[in-house]
Design a protein around this ligand. Sequence first.
Ligand code: PAF
Length: 322
Amino acid sequence: MRRVTTIADMRRAVAAAKAHGQRVGLVPTMGFLHRGHLSLVEQCHDHADLVVVSVFVNPAQFAPGEDLDAYPRDLEGDETKLAALGDRAPHLVFAPDVAEVYPRERLTTVSVRGLNHVLCGRSRPTHFDGVTTVVAKLFNIVAPDVAVFGRKDHQQLTIIRRMAEDLDQPVEVLGGAIVREPDGVAMSSRNVYLEGDERIAARALSGALRRAVAVAREARAGGTQPTAGMLRDAAGVTLSAEPRVRTDYVEVLDPGSLTPPDQRGEGVGGDGTAPRPDASAAPANLLVAVAAYVGAARLIDNVVIGDAADEERLLAATSDEL
Ligand code: PAF
């Protein structure tokens, strides 16, 4: 495993790998790595010969007043965790500084309109433009054949997939399953902000999703399909029952278009290309997404109802007892 800090060195390393016919994989991160990140690196190895992990806290995706300065950083600790993956460790850690990535005022922004203003985009209106801009830059620098992003930020994954498609970026964008702490809380670098009993309160997010899955299963057992309203109510009531949690949103959307399920088929950004599903088709999946403030931390979590594996993973990693 080798640390690379300049764009020129990164390009040289990738060119050499590609000259030998190797597939290049990228796992973009902002560092302070946890087991969720490490699982993405392991997943990347299944799809690439040269695995690159980028560690870059991207100022462009933080609005003024957000936690850019406080965001936890520990490059050496990250490298130790990555090296401990043994033969699944990345080959390269790309850790440029801010001046390397943004050497002068940036006049160009990549914006996936139509997807960047819903869910987290409502309270963080400039966030996803910062994400797509830096990810587009990383794609240009690393030229990966495959890139892996966590599914905890379902919206980010959806937006990046759409960016790659719209811009003809020759990269396969894969999602990695959410990894949870033993008490069900989704792993996040921002969990470090949780103090004292806030850590316990944070369980309310996965608890809310667990309740939504239970309600979906009850509906199916009774011969009906869960509706967006019943899922939203189930998750919302559970989340708001925890007084130390301030709900930002509880939303139920189509997982692909991030539109309300009753607008399914109308396409993102009103392109009108996708047909409405007919009534005889299999019931469509529903994304239940939650965001909440717990102390200084803004946390997100989600489950895709109807995706049996996703439902099962959530149930296995959470408990009614917690
Ligand atoms: O998910 C993250 O950690 C960041 O948004 C990403 C994709 C590394 C871009 O800075």
